[in-house]
Design a protein around this ligand. Structure first.
Ligand SMILES: NC(=O)C1=CN([C@@H]2O[C@H](COP(=O)(O)OP(=O)(O)OC[C@H]3O[C@@H](n4cnc5c(N)ncnc54)[C@H](O)[C@@H]3O)[C@@H](O)[C@H]2O)C=CC1
Ligand SMILES: O=C(O)C(=O)Cc1ccc(O)cc1
Length: 365
């Protein structure tokens, strides 16, 4: 029976665990994490068979090891694994968002003849943690593979193990990978966070400030809600690429600034037309899988226990939440509660349940 160890039971580790369980119910999955609460959640929801905080010990018996912590943890894990006597046919892989530093960190392991295949699913979310994982998170998304010196057989074995993710495999070199994702993922996260921080400062004296933002600001900045630890590790592991891409992006901003200063309408129209043409040709089908969580917004009165009453109702009906977020609650005024579900059926059942209990539905999926 194959034993798979997943180190890091967050959004990605848990989504892979759920997908592996779906495609291979016979595989034993051992989940490992530093957070005991994540371990008990994973065990309770049965997408792992065993849990441990002792990664090194679990690794000794593994046929497949999936490293799914922040990139800085993945590189440290690779150093730890190089100190151990692993099973000779073990396949070690990772899900980290950078590949040059990860492949470099894997070298000592590879020099011992251990198979390492770099991996990176190009799907995810700004949500994180053990409860956010879902088996269909990666459906139709690209999944980068950096096989390095790994054999074709090992690559095929890994792809077979992860078949239920329904990803589109793409083999790249570490350099190609970091340049591509630098531009398509790392730079946008920096830009989104910078825009939120600058707006917060600029509107600090406005009573409603950021809350007045419409859809545009919200969609451009959604990813600013991503996990700070994870993104710090990513940028520290792709610095040269991202710095150069940030410089090119700053130059683009300088060009548009000059056009506005000069009142150059033609330059501005050309600027927006070029972007629109490119963006319009990227339909949703070309953008890969976008986070597919199911949000429900309800009005919530400013009353002690009001939120608990909602969560209790959902729990009694066995409807699990992926996330809960109070968007706004002001004294003596209704607030808005955002309830996020992992699938359409749970979302729809919650809408019916809460509407029947006279909660006002502000927006559903
Ligand atoms: N979030 C996303 O959309 C995507 C993330 N990635 C990459 O996947 C990896 C995991 O990301 P997420 O699952 O989103 O993060 P997450 O924050 O949801 O989960 C990370 C998990 O690693 C655990 N962890 C942290 N330090 C640890 C340590 N020293 N030992 C063991 N466990 C530790 C945390 O407790 C947490 O459970 C990262 O390397 C990230 O760059 C890749 C594709 C998409
Ligand atoms: O939330 C989003 O849209 C993302 O961009 C998710 C994401 C985050 C990190 C990655 O390495 C890949 C995908």
């Amino acid at each position: 029976m194959t034993q798979v160890v997943i180190h890091g039971l967050g959004l990605i580790g848990c989504s892979l665990a759920r997908a592996i369980k779906l495609g291979h119910p016979d595989v034993t999955i051992v989940g490992s994490d530093v957070q005991p609460a994540s371990l008990s959640y994973a065990k309770q929801h049965q997408f792992v068979d065993e849990v441990t905080t002792d990664f090194s010990k679990a690794a000794l018996d593994a046929e497949v090891i999936i490293l799914a912590g922040p990139v800085s943890v993945i590189t440290a894990d690779l150093a730890t694994l190089a100190q151990l006597t692993l099973k000779p046919n073990v396949i070690v892989t990772d899900v980290g968002s950078t590949k040059q530093t990860v492949m470099a960190a894997a070298q000592p392991l590879q020099q011992q003849g251990i198979t390492f295949i770099g991996g990176h699913p190009m799907a995810g979310s700004h949500k994180s943690g053990v409860a956010a994982g879902r088996a269909d998170l990666f459906e139709n998304a690209f999944y980068f593979l950096v096989p390095g010196v790994a054999s074709k057989t090992a690559v095929a074995q890994l792809q077979e193990l992860l078949a239920a993710t329904k990803v589109k495999w793409l083999t790249v070199t570490p350099r190609q990978h970091d340049r591509l994702v630098g531009q398509l993922s790392h730079l946008p996260h920096v830009v989104a966070a910078a825009l939120v921080n600058q707006t917060q400062l600029a509107l600090a004296d406005s009573p409603m400030g950021l809350r007045l933002a419409a859809g545009g600001f919200k969609s451009v900045t959604r990813i600013a809600s991503s996990d700070p630890t994870m993104w710090t590790a990513i940028l520290l592991n792709n610095p040269t690429v991202v710095v150069s891409q940030l410089q090119a992006f700053s130059a683009e901003l300088a060009t548009v600034t000059t056009a506005i200063e000069a009142g150059d309408g033609q330059a501005l129209t050309e600027f927006f037309t070029a972007a629109k043409t490119t963006r319009d040709h990227l339909g949703p089908e070309h953008l890969g899988s976008l986070p597919n969580f199911y949000d429900l917004f309800i009005n919530i009165p400013d009353r002690a226990g009001a939120i608990a009453a909602v969560t209790q109702r959902l729990a009694q009906a066995n409807l699990s939440l992926v996330n809960i977020h109070i968007l706004e609650i002001r004294e003596e005024v209704d607030g808005v509660l955002q309830l996020t579900f992992g699938n359409a059926a749970t979302h729809d059942a919650a809408v019916a349940l809460l509407a029947a209990a006279d909660y006002q539905i502000v927006r559903k999926r």
